[in-house]
Ligand binder design. Structure first.
Ligand code: ADP
Length: 311
């Protein structure tokens, strides 16, 4: 029986390394073609599973070889994939060019992810109705996320919305009314509230604004400055864990997945936030997305090694 339901995108990330990015109409020679698991739904499901959660993923994969590959990899990590629809055609695919300095250019083809509807996600979430927590980022059609969180709220789950990425038309109308915890990074919080969010003080104001918009609780993540939160019981700041980052990809996904898995285990709020912050920190110490998502043991070691003072 699953304790966490993740609703979101599954992507095959194709990464080509180039000395320099090509200009319009130009051809450059690439070296090293890599294939990685990607997509925010997939990353967050994997993050929650590695942190010890019983996780089900609701989404869509294509009938191409990439779809089969993602299923094999996720199944091997214990993620329940019965809610992942087989959609005729290509899987979501990200074409990522990275130059020698680490600068990148990315084209994302939604593929099967674009097929998701509110009817599909709400029916799947209702089927998984005994789960404790539902977690959804916004990389699939916004109506499908709204439908999923409405169904999760109706089933009595704790609902978590990660606002990555903010849709071009803003958040779907009414979504924060069915959100227990909204998680936004500084950029997303700036777009939604709208106000300039840069650092701890402005993050408190943004967290309050997110609650005024309808969410019970709000968390604003601040990269190397940790995360600020506001709940009906009070506000606080969870500091970042000291690490030497080499690649910050998927820090937010690690944070969200581990928070969901920790709350599903009924861990106290402060403990869940510390584990999430530790997971985000650890994710920056390994290159890539999926390879960087830490195990429960690594998270708990980092938390134990650095007792943090909340501020
Ligand atoms: P996103 O990837 O969505 O932009 P953030 O960069 O805010 O999200 O990272 C999410 C969380 O991961 C942060 O709140 C923090 O706990 C942790 N984290 C991110 N970057 C670092 C870092 N450089 N050092 C320590 N922790 C970090």
């Amino acid at each position: 029986m699953s304790s966490v339901v993740c609703i979101g995108s599954l992507n095959v990330d194709l990464v080509v390394r180039v000395t320099r990015l090509p200009g319009t109409g130009e051809t450059v020679t690439g070296h090293a073609l890599e294939r990685h698991l990607g997509g925010k739904g997939l990353n967050q499901a994997l993050s929650a599973a590695r942190a010890g959660g019983d996780v089900a993923l609701v989404g869509a994969a294509g009938t191409d070889e990439g779809g089969a590959w993602m299923r094999t990899e996720l199944g091997g990590e214990g993620v329940d994939l019965r809610g992942v629809a087989d959609v005729e055609g290509p899987s979501g695919t990200a074409l990522i060019e990275v130059d020698a300095e680490g600068a990148n250019r990315i084209v994302v083809i939604p593929g099967a992810n674009g097929w998701l509807t509110a009817d599909y996600t709400s029916a799947q979430v209702a089927r998984l109705g005994s789960a404790r927590v539902a977690l959804a980022p916004l990389e699939v059609p916004p109506a499908a996320v709204l439908g999923a969180l409405r169904a999760a709220r109706a089933a009595g789950m704790r609902t978590i919305l990660n606002t990555a990425p903010v849709p071009p038309d803003g958040l779907p109308e009414g979504i924060l009314d069915v959100t227990d915890i909204v998680i936004a990074n500084e950029h997303e919080a700036s777009l939604i509230t709208p106000r300039s969010v840069d650092g701890v003080e402005s993050a408190y104001a943004a967290a309050h604004a997110l609650r005024d918009l309808g969410a019970h609780s709000a968390i604003v993540t601040l990269g190397a400055e940790g995360a600020v939160w506001s709940t009906p019981d009070g506000d606080g700041h969870t500091p970042a864990y000291p690490v030497t980052p080499i690649d910050t990809v998927a820090a937010g996904d690690a944070f969200c997945g581990v928070l969901a898995a920790s709350l599903a285990r009924d861990l106290p709020w402060d403990t869940a936030l510390r584990r999430a912050s530790a997971a985000g920190a650890l994710a920056t110490t390994v290159a890539g997305a999926a390879p960087s998502l830490p195990s429960a043991a690594a998270i708990d070691r980092l938390v134990a090694a650095h007792p943090l003072e909340d501020t």
